[in-house]
Design a protein around this ligand. Structure first.
Ligand code: ADP
Ligand code: MG
Ligand code: MG
Length: 256
């Protein structure tokens, strides 16, 4: 089954076209990576998928598990099983991480027609997930991401992901700024989630993450489009040769 199908997607930010005809299909059980130079539109794509209001879709379609994702509100997308780990996770002062996680968990339970859990039962659930990301329980009693280091924020994102068990997990440069131990923890969380009935889209500027999250497909994005697709060997080649040759090959192919 197809989890995500993106066809000829175009989108503007502040009336400037950023996505310029993006095509992508992700099937259940697959891990995809999008790589590309800075400014190629990777974060824009992830924000469009999450329904961020600053990004205006001007054409194309996005089908998620058979529904038109673009007509769903951001919260509905999340309930339907789209999870986005942000490049820069937001701090939410005054909201305890534990309460935040339980509300998110129960919203999804309700959406799925499953029973909501009380604070007591939630402790067992979250404890198991803390283990996945090797997080100290003390972080549950702090405000969401407030004063967390960059690495702790990323780890907290993965904790949310592990808890919500999305059908499509999108990681936008979750690896940037992480030391190798934190990187392995993030990768471990993703690998534990990954199964035959969900999919992962890992957006990254660096090949390093892909040593730990092994992708089935690697796409190169430039100028708001996917220029070429390969396997994990492509990521190694990009690391060695940079992106210019891909852009050049695309120009030659297009005859410009
Ligand atoms: P990437 O994640 O690949 O580095 P982005 O999606 O963040 O790329 O950015 C793509 C392009 O869109 C860049 O040229 C960037 O300057 C522009 N852009 C992104 N957000 C905004 C914004 N809020 N206002 C204006 N331009 C933006
Ligand atoms: Mg898999
Ligand atoms: Mg980005």
């Amino acid at each position: 089954p197809v989890i995500l199908s993106v066809r000829d997607l175009t989108a503007n930010v502040n009336d400037t076209p950023i996505l310029k005809g993006l095509n992508l299909e992700i099937k259940a059980g697959e891990i995809h990576a999008i790589m590309g130079p800075n400014g190629s539109g990777k974060s824009t794509f992830s924000k469009v998928l999450s329904g961020h209001p600053a990004y205006e879709v001007t054409g194309g379609e996005v089908i998620f598990l058979g529904q038109n994702l673009l007509e769903l509100e951001p919260e509905q997308r999340s309930l339907a099983g789209v999870f986005l780990a942000f490049q820069y996770p937001l701090e939410i002062p005054g909201v305890s991480n534990l309460d935040f996680l339980r509300v998110a968990y129960n919203s999804r339970q309700k959406y799925l027609g499953l029973e909501e859990v009380d604070a007591f039962d939630f402790e067992d659930i979250i404890e198991e997930k803390l283990d996945v990301v090797k997080m100290n329980p003390a972080f549950l009693n702090r405000s969401v991401n407030e004063g967390f280091s960059g690495g702790e924020k990323k780890r907290n994102e993965i904790l949310q992901m592990a808890l919500l068990e999305p059908k499509l997990a999108i990681l936008d440069e979750t690896d940037s700024g992480l030391d190798i131990d934190a990187l392995k923890i993030v990768a471990n969380g993703v690998n534990q989630l990954s199964s035959a009935d969900n999919a992962v889209l890992a957006i990254t500027h660096y090949q390093r993450l892909l040593n730990y999250i092994v992708p089935d497909y690697v796409h190169v994005m430039e100028g708001g489009r996917i220029l070429t697709t390969g396997t994990k060997e492509l990521a190694l080649e990009l690391e060695e040769r940079g992106y210019d040759w891909v852009v050049e090959a695309d120009r030659v192919k297009a005859g410009v």
